[in-house]
Design a protein around this ligand. Structure first.
Ligand code: FAD
Length: 219
């Protein structure tokens, strides 16, 4: 029987995750080399990245695009929460007192068109100004699945639901990408801060879909 999901233990370091997944989730393969540096990935855990609930953490946008859920555990037992419902506000989550992230579950199979665009000032050891994670399926030239996770454009990591709706069921072509990029540029509520201006963040969002189309190519 084929597994229906991959379960990743929250206490695994990111280097261990990279090694143990062995390419089963191409979107995470795209994220992890861009996450800080090997030194940090040897110590940093998925549980810690979700525990900080930072709006600019790198894993949440990717895990959102992968439709992941988190398994929370406390003395009272376990519960599974879709990651989409995990973040409740700036660095806030649904976790109750004494509740920890035990694992992350990612449904299989993952969407084949996967990319992670991290916009940061430095190549290594820097946090994103904006991050965009794509997980798309294109069959017979049509977008049959569209999931887009965003970081750095709201108080929490978010799904780009309007963009997803603009892509789903449309031909994967320049016209759809042009229209989708306009929608994507309007997602979230980006702020001006020391990392980037709101206008730059919006421009990077729109550019991201064009870049995906250019790099993934028409199906
Ligand atoms: C130089 C440097 C570069 C960095 N670059 C990046 C980057 O590129 N991208 C990025 O996203 N982050 C980056 N970070 C931030 C940090 O490394 C990550 O967020 C990392 O995943 C945290 O994991 P940790 O195991 O070290 O967590 P810790 O620092 O140990 O914990 C972080 C928080 O999460 C809580 N926590 C830990 N485990 C759990 C759990 N299982 N359940 C619930 N809560 C938990 C802790 O109590 C704490 O509040 C960087 C940090 C540094 C110092």
């Amino acid at each position: 029987m084929r597994a229906e999901h991959v379960e990743i233990g929250a206490a695994l370091t990111l280097s261990e995750v990279e090694r143990l997944l062995a390419g089963r989730l191409p979107l995470l393969d795209a994220v992890l080399p861009q996450f800080a540096s090997r030194l940090i990935r040897n110590g940093a855990t998925i549980g810690g990245n979700l525990g900080t609930a930072s709006p600019i953490g790198d894993l949440p946008p990717a895990l959102l695009a992968l439709d992941a859920s988190v398994v929370l555990v406390s003395a009272a037992g376990e519960r599974e929460v879709p990651l989409d419902g995990y973040f409740t506000g700036y660095r806030r989550t649904v976790r109750g007192p004494g509740e920890l992230v035990r694992a992350v579950r990612v449904p299989l199979p993952p969407a084949p068109v996967a990319a992670f665009h991290k916009i940061a000032k430095r190549r290594f050891d820097d946090i994103s100004s904006v991050a965009v994670a794509f997980a798309l399926d294109v069959a017979d030239g049509m977008v049959t699945r569209a999931a887009v996770g965003l970081g750095g454009v709201a108080a929490t990591p978010v799904r780009a639901t309007a963009t997803e709706a603009a892509l789903l069921g449309r031909p994967w072509d320049e016209e759809t990408v042009r229209a989708g990029a306009e929608v994507l540029a309007g997602e979230g509520t980006p702020l001006d801060d020391h990392r980037a201006s709101a206008a730059y963040r919006r421009a990077m969002l729109g550019q991201s879909l064009r870049r995906l189309f250019h790099e993934a190519g028409a199906a």
